[in-house]
Design a protein around this ligand. Structure first.
Ligand code: RTP
Ligand code: MG
Length: 140
C-alpha cells in the first residue's frame, strides 16, 4: 500500500473550543502523521477560493462566513490510504449521521460547524495541499 497525503482543516468551531489537541490525538491515534501544520486566519477570498467547487450550493455564503469566523489549523496528513482513512476518522458530514468514535460525532456542533475538513480524493488532496502549503512547509 502506497503512502499517501491528504489535506485537513480544523475548522473555527473547533479552534474556538480549544479542540486542536483532541482532534490531533484522533488523527495520530489512527496512524496518520501530521507532516505539515499551521494556524491561520483566512480572508474571505481564501475561503471562497478553497470552496469554489460549492459556489452554486445554497450553503456557500454561510460556509464562507463560518470559515472566516475564527482561526483554522491547516494540515497535511500522511499515511497508508490517508485520504480514505481520514474520511473514516472524520465521520459523516452531518454529525447526526456520524459513527461513534469519529471526530464529527464527538465534537461537531452542526452540519456546517462540523469541526474538520478532509480531501475527498487523492487528486483533490494534491490540489488543496498546493493551494495552502509551500513545499518546504511539509516535512515527511
Ligand atoms: P469537507 O469537504 O469539509 O470535508 O466535508 P464534506 O466533504 O463531508 O462535505 P461537503 O459536501 O464537501 O461540504 C463542505 C462543507 O460545507 C458545509 N456544509 N453545510 N448547511 C449545509 O447543508 C451544509 N452542507 C455542507 C460543511 O461544513 C461541509 O463540511
Ligand atoms: Mg467535501
Amino acid at each position: 500500500m502506497a503512502i499517501e497525503r491528504t489535506f485537513s482543516i480544523i475548522k473555527p468551531d473547533a479552534t474556538r473550543r480549544n479542540l486542536t489537541g483532541a482532534i490531533n490525538a484522533k488523527i495520530e491515534g489512527a496512524g496518520l502523521r501530521i507532516v505539515g501544520q499551521k494556524r491561520v486566519k483566512w480572508a474571505k477570498a481564501d475561503a471562497e477560493a478553497f470552496y469554489a467547487v460549492h459556489k452554486e450550493r445554497p450553503f456557500f455564503n454561510d460556509l464562507v462566513a463560518f470559515m472566516i469566523s475564527g482561526p483554522v489549523v491547516v494540515q497535511v496528513l500522511e499515511g497508508e490510504n490517508a485520504v480514505a482513512r481520514y474520511r473514516e476518522v472524520m465521520g459523516a458530514t452531518n454529525p447526526a449521521n456520524a459513527a461513534a468514535g469519529t471526530i464529527r460525532k464527538e465534537f461537531a456542533e452542526s452540519i456546517e460547524a462540523n469541526s474538520v475538513h478532509g480531501s475527498d480524493s487523492p487528486e483533490n488532496a494534491k490540489i488543496e495541499i498546493a493551494q495552502v502549503f509551500k513545499p518546504d512547509e511539509i516535512v515527511g
